[in-house]
Design a protein around this ligand. Structure first.
Ligand code: CP
Ligand code: NVA
Length: 353
């Protein structure tokens, strides 16, 4: 299935239903409007500052149980969801694809309908974005995309949070993504454009992000003032960057292409020489990283690297996201009203010393 087909399927995921029953999903970062992204980032900063730990106590996720289902390896996503939910008083059940026979034992729809009778949200990492759309369409509780071949929206939320912490504002800043136009790149394009962050992507020819994702990002950018560019010269691309981001050249599922990708991406390694054009730029990577391939050890372990802030911020961003999805309904609240997320956060403030 082509990226084009996948993006079309993604656009179809909105579930018809009454505004009071329909669950809010996060299959794409675009499922949050720009105001919601900002609200989730604000809430994540509050949660981070308060360092709440309601484990075993009546926190904002008390009596909430979340199923985490992984069809690919994970360190950050799994642990940040498990710990983040526990610290808000909730509970998790983590399953592998083998545990449930994902894709072989029963339909995605039946898995979603069954889990919806037990848990309050489903967080799932799977190869197929089309499969995720199918599963979410049958779910009666929020479904969160924990990475598919098309998008990694939780990573983008943590990355925007990290940029907010280090740059102060996102609007008008320049993010440069070097390497493969992959899932991480897609979510950064859409999330960045929504909040006014200029995003320039530099890839080898043939590895560009999906055209309809770029078009959607450009549309969001026209509303927010962000510019979206896709170019092929890595050295020219980093000039003027506030942050330079890279990811593995061969994502999970593309490992068989490692040799040809190493050749195609050789000029796109983020190293000291490439960063001459942007010596103060923040260095970002979603991790796991391959030192000596997409990024040099000196750069990822250097003074401008924020990769472990990104990793930590997965937890804070996802806590805020879950509070938002579990408490919000499809009908949007007027901006002046105290939102459920803001009300929940009042408890965080109360925990501060
Ligand atoms: N960045 C990220 O999603 O890491 P994991 O694959 O370890 O979850
Ligand atoms: N693009 C990478 C991200 C890993 C967090 C992958 O899909 O494997």
């Amino acid at each position: 299935m082509s990226m084009q087909d996948l993006s079309t399927l993604r656009a179809m995921h909105v579930i018809p239903g009454s505004p009071t029953r329909a669950a809010r999903h996060l299959l794409s970062i675009s499922d949050l409007d720009p105001g919601e992204i900002t609200e989730v980032l604000d809430a994540a900063l509050t949660l981070k500052a308060g360092s709440p730990a309601w484990i075993g106590r009546a926190g904002p996720l008390a009596r909430k149980h979340v199923a985490l289902l992984f069809d690919k390896p994970s360190l950050r996503t799994r642990v940040s969801f498990e710990v983040g939910i526990a610290r808000l008083g909730g509970a998790t059940t983590t399953l592998s694809a083998v545990d449930v026979g994902l894709g072989s034992r029963e339909s995605y729809a039946d898995i979603a309908r069954t889990l919806s009778r037990y848990v309050d949200a489903i967080v799932i990492r799977m190869h197929s974005h089309a499969g995720l759309v199918e599963l979410a369409a049958a779910a009666e509780v929020p479904v969160v995309n924990a990475l598919t071949e098309l998008e990694h929206p939780c990573q983008a939320l943590a990355d925007l949070l990290t940029l907010r912490e280090h740059l102060g504002v996102l609007r008008g800043r320049q993010l440069v993504f070097l390497g493969d136009g992959n899932n991480v790149c897609h979510s950064l394009l859409l999330g960045g454009a929504a909040v006014g962050l200029h995003v320039r992507v530099a890839t080898p020819a043939g590895y560009e992000p999906a055209p309809d994702i770029v078009a959607e990002a450009a549309l969001l950018g026209r509303r927010s003032g962000a510019t979206i560019e896709v170019v092929h010269d890595p050295a020219a691309a980093v000039a003027g960057a506030d942050a330079v981001y890279t990811d593995v050249w061969a994502s999970m599922g593309s490992e068989h292409e490692v040799a040809e990708r190493r050749r195609a991406f050789a000029a796109f390694q983020v190293n000291a020489e490439l960063l001459h054009g942007a010596p103060d730029a923040l260095v970002m990577h979603c991790l796991p990283a391959h030192r000596g391939e997409e990024i040099s050890a000196g750069v990822i372990d250097g003074p401008t690297s924020v990769v472990f802030d990104q990793a930590e911020n997965r937890m804070h961003a996802q806590q805020a996201l879950l509070l938002h999805l579990l408490r919000s309904r499809r009908v949007s609240l007027a901006p002046a009203e105290p939102t459920p997320l803001r009300s929940a956060l009042a408890g965080v403030a109360a925990l501060r010393p």
